[in-house]
Design a protein. Structure first.
Length: 161
């Protein structure tokens, strides 16, 4: 179920042509908006959920970026757009989100929304694994198996930079 007042705030924001994060009178708590997005999503209100995640992401909520990227990748609540998903994952990945790093690496390995690039895939999967995550390791081994020895050396050198 959409929380009381949620739709009104979204409609008011759109009607006024302002972002909730730029108008002090309508300032938001990104975590609260993210939770509202989760509640809307759980209730089946995908467009409302996407709007909430977008607002939270615009306010700097890293997890909202990852969720919004997943929606864009699958076309749930928003138009399917793998390139947009990759851009959103990159924003979160550059800020240290391990799940975004894994997903971005996977997109590069498949050439989905970005050009296929094993070196980029290796870089992002390695960054996720470097956070102590075990789940990117199998994917990383697959990528390395497809790389030439020179590419593996180049990829590992990049990580040292």
């Amino acid at each position: 179920m959409v929380p009381r007042g949620f739709t009104m705030v979204v409609v008011l924001s759109l009607a006024l042509g302002v972002g909730l994060t730029t108008n002090p009178a309508l300032s938001i708590d990104p975590e609260e908006v993210f939770i509202e997005g989760l509640e809307a999503y759980d209730g089946g209100y995908l467009k409302e959920a996407a709007a909430a995640f977008r607002q939270a992401a615009d306010a700097g909520h890293r997890e909202a970026l990852v969720v919004l990227a997943g929606l864009a990748l699958d076309g749930r609540g928003v138009r399917q757009d793998p390139a947009r998903a990759a851009r959103l994952y990159r924003r979160a990945a550059e800020n240290g989100d391990a799940l975004a790093q894994l997903n971005l690496g996977d997109l590069y390995s498949r050439g989905l929304g970005v050009p296929r690039d094993r070196l980029e895939a290796h870089y992002w999967l390695s960054r996720a694994a470097g956070q102590g995550r075990q789940w990117p390791l199998a994917r990383l081994r697959e990528i390395e198996a497809a790389m030439t020895p020179a590419e593996v050396v180049q990829a590992r050198r990049r990580l040292g930079d």
